[in-house]
Design a protein around this ligand. Structure first.
Ligand SMILES: C[S@@+](CC[C@H](N)C(=O)[O-])C[C@H]1O[C@@H](n2cnc3c(N)ncnc32)[C@H](O)[C@@H]1O
Length: 314
């Protein structure tokens, strides 16, 4: 094993990969296969996939974050291609690289520990910093500050309720709108202060985590990007190819679950005139796989992970 790969064995500096063994098994890796990791992050999963490839085997890894791109340089080798792009452009990018079809696709959703633990990125309630929260700060997406200062009260109410499952979302939205009247809110400390009147005493951490989750999902348009990516998986995977998706909150997991079971995100499965369905995937896991107690003890982030594995039907 090369040093670059060794580096990921114990390295937790950037991101400790979650359910590594389970994800690799789910992909059913073949040495000469072609795989996609749509969420490179710190490359924890990608490095292990690369370790197993030989000959014509190839891995294409996506990430929209420039820090992840720099991290990917450590894995440079002929069998590896890093694609700095939002995974919503999955089909187009793989086609551009002459990489279709692929044998397996891995998605490890959400933010990396590196993004979360870097105060200037604005993801964590533990630090002060700019209210940014964009996974790709070079892009055109609205930052968390733009959302807080520019969204209507109704839209704030909607995202706090829907993406954060904040119980007093209406009051929270009204509080933000009142606080931003005098001056704009641009920092984490500023937001915490502005919403202090509606933050439940003794439950500050949980509440702020919900508020931040809502802002992060909205800033990165995470739900739409996930749906767009999943919709393209049937076109990019060969029949028999594996779809392996790990999510960290129920909204994401519901989309993944419905997509695998019904080929769509909402409503009942479509049937033709003869009552036949045309669902592209078959679930290999009826229930989502969860991390072991041992892993959760070592890595608290694994606690909320739900892994679903499916096979592209013939
Ligand atoms: C949980 S981390 C992945 C960690 C990685 N599996 C590891 O073990 O090091 C998720 C990564 O996916 C990236 N990401 C999330 N949504 C994305 C999207 N829509 N397009 C491209 N990258 C995305 C984030 O920037 C982040 O680096």
């Amino acid at each position: 094993m090369s040093n670059a790969l060794n580096h990921y064995d114990n390295d937790t500096a950037y991101h400790r990969p979650v359910m590594l063994r389970e994800c690799l098994e789910g992909l059913d890796l073949q040495a000469t296969g072609r795989y996609v990791d749509v969420t490179f992050g710190g490359g924890g999963h990608s490095a292990r996939i690369l370790e197993r490839l030989a000959g014509t085997g190839h891995l294409y890894s996506f990430d929209q974050d420039a820090d992840a791109e720099r991290e990917a340089e450590k894995l440079a080798r002929p069998q590896f291609t890093f694609i700095r792009s939002n995974f919503r452009h999955l089909f187009q990018e793989l086609q551009r690289h002459g990489a279709l079809p692929v044998d397996g696709l891995l998605a490890d959703l959400g933010v990396s520990s590196h993004q979360f633990d870097t105060p200037e990125r604005g993801f964590s309630t533990r630090f002060d910093g700019p209210l940014d929260m964009r996974m790709n700060p070079d892009g055109d997406d609205a930052s968390a500050a733009d959302i807080i200062n520019e969204y209507s009260e109704a839209d704030l109410h909607r995202i706090f309720g829907m993406y954060g499952e904040v119980t007093n979302a209406r009051t929270l939205a009204a509080t933000v709108v009142a606080a931003r009247r005098g001056q704009s809110i641009s920092t984490i400390a500023g937001l915490k202060k502005a919403i202090a009147p509606c933050t439940p005493r003794g439950k500050e951490n949980k509440y702020l985590a919900q508020v931040f989750q809502a802002l992060r999902i909205e800033a990165n348009d995470e739900m739409t990007a996930l749906q767009e990516m999943l919709e393209q998986t049937a076109q990019v995977l060969r029949p028999g190819g594996r779809l392996v998706v790990m999510s960290y909150h129920s909204l994401e997991d519901r989309l993944v679950k419905n997509f695998i079971a019904k080929g769509k995100f909402f409503g009942e499965v479509d049937k033709d005139l003869f009552g036949r369905t045309n669902v592209p995937f078959e679930a290999l896991t009826r229930k989502p796989v969860e991390a072991s107690e041992e892993e959760i003890a070592l890595n608290s982030r694994a606690r909320s992970a739900k892994l679903r594995i499916a096979i592209r039907k013939e």
